[in-house]
Design a protein around this ligand. Structure first.
Ligand SMILES: C[S@@+](CC[C@H](N)C(=O)[O-])C[C@H]1O[C@@H](n2cnc3c(N)ncnc32)[C@H](O)[C@@H]1O
Length: 347
């Protein structure tokens, strides 16, 4: 969606005293009015009602009504909703650090690393705009699955739920939480040891004072959001469960993370580490953060001896231009990575 279009929507609703977050609520509510999803969470139900009651202020304005109609007609499945969110809640988005959406092509690529099988639980504990959950739903088109999302930000939980409702297959179940993952409440702990796959882009480099989950990394002195996220995922996953996530490049390279890397080798099987070039987030934010894809499997009782793929993708174009070259099966990872083949090592 072009910036001009967003400015125009902003102008139209401002005339009725509807601004920023409220405009986003109105647009989201309108999508829900059109799609009329059932079985929605209380949180989304409340925001839907709130959006409609704000919309009442512009109920006599045909241009406002037509604008909403065109917006939904132009983008029926709401792919632009995260862009609209970023436009109308941009300040809040930037101010609360740790937030940038994963570009869709990167999320799709990471999702393709997961082997498809029926009846799995797929989770994104910091789901933001829901990109990973939607990509997972697309990949699981012919299979049933449960999609679980969580975010600390209420509006983002609502956005993810809306996006998932608009895009998911009928045989996919969804559950959303609005929790701080570093201070998990009991309503999520029942998922510990049950999740098959986690796809995520956690908040990077936020200081975490206390962590209410059993964590060796915390005991080793690590207090940053990305490091502790690895232990959190270990708790969520069942043995053999997969974690495919983005982590700061420093975790892979810096000396201060040496103990962390040893701890990972002790309790995980490392499937792949794919070093990404600078600028992978350019399409969704102006962050210069460097991130890598880390693909881990929670160890089972039987130690699996398998290859580890290390790849270094030096050019963003390689990432963008053909996601389809990427894997269908974990076991095929190496051949896919060699398509990106800038530097390819195996142990
Ligand atoms: C880098 S963004 C990624 C969002 C989304 N997964 C995506 O890929 O587009 C990180 C997300 O983590 C959320 N977040 C930050 N701190 C959190 C916390 N303590 N608990 C749960 N979510 C958190 C932010 O609101 C944000 O949506």
């Amino acid at each position: 969606m072009e910036i001009q279009k967003l400015k125009e929507i902003d102008r139209i609703f401002r005339q009725h005293g509807i601004e920023a977050e409220d405009t986003f609520k109105v647009i989201s509510a309108y999508y829900l009015n059109v799609h009329k999803p059932s079985n929605i969470s209380k949180l989304l139900q409340n925001l839907w009602m709130e959006g409609n009651s704000i919309l009442d202020k512009a109920s006599n304005d045909n241009i406002a009504k037509q604008t909403l109609e065109y917006t939904v007609a132009f983008d029926y499945y709401g792919e632009c909703l995260p862009i609209i969110y970023q436009y109308f809640l941009g300040k809040r988005f930037r101010d609360l650090s740790g937030k940038f959406f994963t570009p869709r092509n990167l999320a799709r690529l990471m999702t393709k690393m997961l082997p498809v099988k029926p009846d799995v639980i797929i989770m994104d504990p910091t789901c933001g705009g829901g990109t990973f959950l939607i990509e997972a739903s697309k990949r699981w088109t012919n299979n049933s699955c449960t999609l679980v999302g969580n975010d600390i930000d209420k509006m983002l939980v609502a956005l993810s739920e809306t996006m998932t409702l608009l895009n998911k297959q009928p045989n996919h179940t969804i559950t959303f939480f609005n929790d701080n993952i570093y201070d998990i409440t009991s309503n999520q702990k029942h998922l510990f040891g049950k999740v098959d796959y986690i796809l995520a882009n956690p908040p990077f480099s936020l200081p975490i004072e206390s962590f209410k989950v059993s964590s060796n990394l915390y005991k080793l002195g690590y207090r940053n959001s990305d490091a502790l996220f690895i232990d959190l995922c270990w708790n969520y996953l069942k043995p053999g469960g997969h974690l495919v996530c983005l982590l700061p490049h420093s975790i892979i390279t810096n000396k201060e993370y040496e103990k962390l890397r040893l701890e990972i080798e002790r309790i995980w099987e490392i499937a792949a580490v794919i070093v990404l070039p600078e600028g992978v987030f350019n399409s969704t934010s102006n962050t210069t953060t460097r991130a890598d894809i880390v693909f881990l499997r929670k160890q089972t009782d039987v130690k699996n001896v398998s290859n580890i793929v290390f790849a270094n993708i030096s050019d963003i174009k390689h990432l963008a231009y053909d996601v389809n070259m990427f894997i269908d099966q974990y076991s095929e990872l190496s051949s896919i990575v060699s398509d990106f083949d800038i530097e390819h090592k195996r142990n």
